[in-house]
Design a protein. Structure first.
Ligand code: UDP
Length: 235
């Protein structure tokens, strides 16, 4: 087995499917099925979901609202998505625990690292909600930080593109996908993988990132089986 413990980052936006807002039920179930299949092979799995399908902190400013308040709203949006994923997984009889960076004790456990590790060892899928619980961060940063804390082997960033390209493949037909690339090359070429805080955390802690297309059914399993899909960023 290539990876023993992974952290899967899903964007909130991807959860919208074809919709303009909110959660697409079919997409949610697809993600749950993929996670179930991987968990069944014995890979320990933690998940971070974004909140962009509901609210992003930066939007607050466009409404003339306070940015910090907006960030907390964004964090709560990630909790809503996390709860939806938890329910979808439970429907498929997967054991899960939702650990939140903000204390919301009626619906989730507080984030406690040792508890997260224990859940993973017991084969439960651990979902980290509310980012890191602080404003001015993103769920990519939360994914990197939690992955380092739980000593995950890799951060798998599920997106709607199948990797990192030399240029935007939607605009430039000559763009090529990098199967592998180093942290330094990403910086040199000014490629967009994650925000700088998240990226630097991975680089400084030698935590590889794989960017891949999560919307293609079976891709998560293929990646874990070692197939050459997506782009792997490492030292
Ligand atoms: N957020 C935050 N701190 C965190 C994680 C998230 O303040 O540790 C807020 C931030 O406003 C962000 C929003 O939650 O815009 C939703 O997360 P993100 O934009 O990362 O979601 P995605 O783009 O992955 O859907």
């Amino acid at each position: 087995m290539k990876y023993k413990r992974i952290l899967l980052k899903l964007s909130g936006e991807a959860l919208m499917g074809q919709q303009q807002y909110g959660i697409d039920a079919a997409r949610l179930m697809q993600y749950a099925e993929e996670i179930k299949a991987v968990a069944a092979t014995g890979t320990q799995l933690a998940v971070v979901i974004g909140g962009g399908n509901i609210f992003r902190g930066v939007q607050a400013e466009t409404f003339g609202l306070d940015r910090v308040q907006g960030d907390y709203m964004g964090m709560l949006a990630t909790v809503i998505n996390s709860m939806a994923l938890q329910s979808a997984l439970e429907k498929l009889e997967v054991n899960t625990r939702l650990l939140s960076g903000l204390t919301i004790q009626q619906v989730c456990e507080p984030y406690i690292r040792r508890r997260a590790l224990r859940h993973l060892e017991k084969g439960r899928v651990v979902i980290f909600g509310a980012g890191i619980g602080s404003p001015y961060f993103t769920t990519d940063s939360a994914a990197s930080l939690r992955a380092i804390e739980i000593e995950a082997d890799v951060v798998l960033k599920g997106t709607r593109v199948d990797g990192i390209y030399s240029a935007d493949p939607e605009k430039d037909p000559s763009a090529v996908r990098y199967p592998e690339i180093s942290f330094d090359e990403v910086i040199e070429k000014n490629l967009n993988v994650m925000d700088m805080t998240a990226f630097t955390l991975c680089k400084e802690n030698n935590l590889p990132i794989v960017v891949f297309d999560m919307n293609k059914t079976g891709n998560l399993q293929r990646l874990i089986d070692g197939e050459n899909i997506g782009t792997r960023v490492s030292m």
